[in-house]
Write a protein that binds this ligand. Structure first.
Ligand code: MG
Length: 218
């Protein structure tokens, strides 16, 4: 089981399931030619896919088009089922910035066939995390910017308030589908600007006040 570090918090969290949200920023929905969803689109990643800032992303041999997706990540602090929005907001114990690494060529083939996205989304090192900041210590306003650069060149930059579904709305919706437990984490979707990475690239993502990460593709 992988342990999560929260800055200035002694309590330990171990990563449970990872719930990811697709198509949560309108500009990103448009850039991939998809429709704006009426409800959040959910998929899962295994906790074994997690790496932390400073570790390397491994390029799977069966893909030629791995994309970066920088995202706000939520940490769940308590068990939650069929919660309302207020309870959902209170259950968020911390925030981080993360990368939902995606094999776009494989995902496009799977979409055409109507198959699940598993092999495009769940490979080892596909979930990159910064350290977390406690929600008690840092109040997220959604006025923060998320950004991602590749080799120092800016590729993604957007305000978190451009999300279609807010963090508490996402937690509420997910809790109506499956029980959320302490240590579960949620990737909240990526803004526009996703693109291909190559071996040797250095990715840097940050959300001011929340966290930052740096990792290399190998
Ligand atoms: Mg994503």
């Amino acid at each position: 089981m992988k342990k999560i570090n929260i800055k200035n918090v002694a309590e330990e969290y171990y990563i449970g399931k990872i719930v990811c949200v697709g198509r949560n920023y309108t500009d990103h929905v448009i850039e991939l030619g998809n429709e704006v969803p009426e409800k959040p689109i959910l998929f899962l990643k295994p906790s074994s896919a997690v790496i932390f800032s400073g570790e390397n992303i491994k390029y799977p041999s069966y893909s030629k088009e791995m994309h970066h997706e920088a995202e706000l990540v939520l940490l769940i602090g308590e068990e939650l089922s069929n919660a309302d929005e207020t309870e959902s907001g209170k259950a968020i114990a911390g925030y981080a910035v993360g990368l939902d690494m995606t094999l776009r060529d494989i995902q496009n083939e799977l979409k055409k066939k109507g198959h699940p996205w598993t092999i495009a989304k769940c490979f080892d090192t596909s979930a990159v995390l910064s350290d977390f900041v406690s929600s008690k210590e840092y109040k997220l306003t959604l006025d923060e910017q998320i950004s991602l650069s590749v080799n120092g060149e800016l590729r993604q930059r957007e305000k978190l308030n451009q999300m279609i579904f807010s963090p508490s709305q996402l937690v509420q919706y997910i809790s109506s589908i499956m029980k959320l437990e302490r240590g579960d984490i949620i990737f909240t979707g990526t803004p526009a600007g996703v693109g291909k990475v190559n071996k040797g690239d250095v990715l840097r993502a940050d959300i001011k006040g929340v966290g930052e990460l740096t990792c290399k593709v190998e």
